[in-house]
Design a protein around this ligand. Structure first.
Ligand code: FES
Length: 505
């Protein structure tokens, strides 16, 4: 501490470390954005490391500036290290360094406020880190009191070379990325978009838990997206021909991005496996929806029960609840590592979230204890997760207080199929659907404008209004009383109890 040159050493060391960290952060960011590192199952630490490098660089810049003021020989004033051209010592290179500092503050600050800023604004600001690195290179190359030494020249040359290679890589990969971001994965001529579908671009795909990838989608022109309510899902039209529904789990107030999380399932029909193995940022996907059959009804008290990936619609519900509502979440999963968003939910709502990770608890969740007690007789129960969990909850909660989101169809007993005489009012079409013919297939074959997606009676896409007749509900979308009161049916699986149906389509 008694060395009279201590603060000069600190000033030089912090400057060099800051320069090296900035170069590493920019290089890391470029490797992430050009997919060299950024694959679907990237662990989150790959992204975090980029942020930590940039943040530490900023801390080092701060130390550099402070040490310039403390050192008795350099003796800079606060104005000289904060205001461009306030010093007589190499005014231009110093000013470039000061500008780089402000750019770095803006980049790091906007990254900390990422959730509150429009993504396009953040992206634009983030590009300023290239300018900051350029300014720092000029500043460091001309300002230091030891710039003439051999070691300094070698380090400078190495850092500038790394930055030049990284930026060149970004330019080349960026051009390739923009080409691949056109709809080449699914031949546009072969798969024209339905009017209710829109082309979206994968903005990011990052691991949010073991086997779960969080996907952010945005319009290619960063346009405004349709409004959605918590509980809504969208349909991804995958290039392999499959259509898969995923609950939106982001912020409904964000009108430019849709967030979903996809669990890779062993019994995947090809949807989640395809997504985990092929989906990368920059890729185009046709998306339809949002559709909502799991809406949050106004209530004073809520009990949310989520199992595994069933947390996705529940997360959106919790985060949009108005203040003053009472609620609890019971979140069940195999292990904390496999439970998406668990750490965030526990940190944000420590008093309200009960986590039941099976590897930490002996025995299963005691649902009777969770659902029992007079205090719970008035709560609205929202449950999403494995069928066994939803069936167990359904067996304990009256239907009028229970809301389920199913992703696997419930096995429902159907009567022996009989022919149906169908009249489509708006289309002015009348035809007979044979006993062995699917009602949705028949509507499509006759040119009735109707959309199907899951074709299993779970997504609600094929909803049609019934003007006359009695449908035989065989779907799992809403409970039958609700469908009858709304006057709707889902013809992908449902049929008719009456010999004829008049549909308002
Ligand atoms: S197509 Fe999904 S419910 Fe009919």
């Amino acid at each position: 501490m008694n060395d009279p040159h201590l603060w000069w050493y600190i000033s030089r060391a912090s400057a060099m470390i800051a320069w090296a960290l900035m170069t590493a952060s920019v290089l890391w960011g470029i490797l992430l954005s050009t997919r060299v590192l950024r694959r679907v199952d990237n662990p989150a630490w790959l992204q975090d490391l980029h942020g930590y490098l940039g943040g530490t660089a900023l801390v080092m810049v701060g130390l550099h500036m402070v040490s310039l003021m403390i050192d008795s020989w350099l003796a800079f004033t606060a104005a000289e290290v904060l205001v461009p051209f306030a010093t007589a010592f190499k005014p231009l290179p110093v000013a470039l360094g000061i500008l780089a500092f402000y750019l770095l503050v803006a980049v790091q600050g906007s990254s900390l406020m990422l959730k509150r800023l429009p993504r396009r604004f953040w992206k634009g600001l983030h590009y300023a880190s290239y300018a900051a690195l350029l300014l720092v290179s000029f500043h460091a190359g001309f300002t230091g009191t030891d710039v003439g030494s051999l070691w300094y020249k070698i380090v400078s040359l190495a850092l500038i070379s790394i930055a030049a290679v990284a930026v060149t890589l970004r330019i080349i990969a960026g051009k390739r990325g923009s080409r691949s971001a056109t709809r080449t994965d699914a031949d546009p001529a072969a798969t024209p978009l339905h009017p209710t579908q829109r082309d979206m671009v994968v903005a990011s795909a990052t691991a949010v838990a073991d086997g779960v990838v969080g996907i952010r989608l945005e319009r290619p022109d960063w346009g405004v997206l349709p409004v959605w309510q918590p509980g809504s899902h969208i349909t991804l039209h995958l290039p392999n021909g499959l259509q898969k529904q995923y609950s939106l789990c982001g912020d409904p107030a964000n009108r430019h991005e849709y967030d979903v999380a996809v669990l890779r399932t062993a019994a995947s029909a090809g949807g989640s496996t395809w997504i985990h193995e092929n989906l990368v940022p920059g890729m185009s996907l046709a998306v339809s929806g949002p559709t909502n059959h799991f809406g949050l009804e106004p209530a004073a008290d809520y009990l949310f029960i989520a199992g595994g990936i069933g947390i996705t619609p529940i997360k959106a519900m919790i985060e949009s609840l108005p203040a003053g509502r009472d609620w609890r979440l019971v979140y069940v999963g195999r292990s904390r590592q496999a439970m998406a968003f668990v750490a965030q939910l526990e940190a944000d709502y420590p008093e309200r979230v009960i986590v039941h990770a099976r590897d930490e608890n002996v025995g299963g969740l005691d649902l009777d204890a969770v659902l029992g007690g007079p205090a719970l007789t008035a709560v609205q129960v929202y449950c999403c997760g494995p069928e066994s969990l939803m069936d167990a909850v359904a067996a304990r909660v009256p239907a009028e207080r229970l809301h389920l989101e199913r992703f696997i169809p419930v096995a429902r007993a159907a009567r022996p199929a009989a022919p149906i005489q169908v009249l489509c009012r708006k289309s002015r079409l009348e035809f007979t659907v044979a006993a062995d013919e699917n009602l949705l297939d028949s509507l499509e074959a006759h040119g009735v404008p109707i959309l199907g997606s899951c074709r299993k009676g779970i997504c609600g896409t094929c909803e049609v209004r019934v003007a006359e007749g009695t449908p035989e509900h065989l779907d799992s979308v809403l409970d039958d009383a609700e469908k009858n009161s709304l006057g709707v049916m889902y013809p992908c699986v449902s049929r008719s109890l009456s010999p004829s149906l008049v549909l308002n389509i």
